[in-house]
Design a protein. Sequence first.
Length: 132
Amino acid sequence: MADINIVPLVDVLLVILIIFMVTAPLLYRGMEIQLPAASTNTIKAEQRKVLTIDKDQTISLDDENVGLVQLEDRLVLLRENDPDVSLYLRADQTVPYGVVVQVMDRIKKAGIENLGMVTVALDTVTNREREK
């Protein structure tokens, strides 16, 4: 007989596949352990601050109004208290680009490395335009 019968091979492979499908979810279950207590915490909570520029070019850090002159001093204090502080910049789209660049320059001078720009999703803007 010159032909190879592959039906038994396929049957065995399907059985092995079913075994793996049944046992795979059991492999992802964690082990029940009790972690020891420590007096020091090695993971620091990340401090996040929001810097907002309104359409009338009023600058506020979280909910407190801050002038452009005082901004750098406040940011330096923030960085001294927490070197890994994250700052999120929210600016109204009508604010001139030059004002945003000045604020970003103050942030860089203060030594804050983690800066994020807050935007809205494009579909949100499209929905607002439809409502008008």
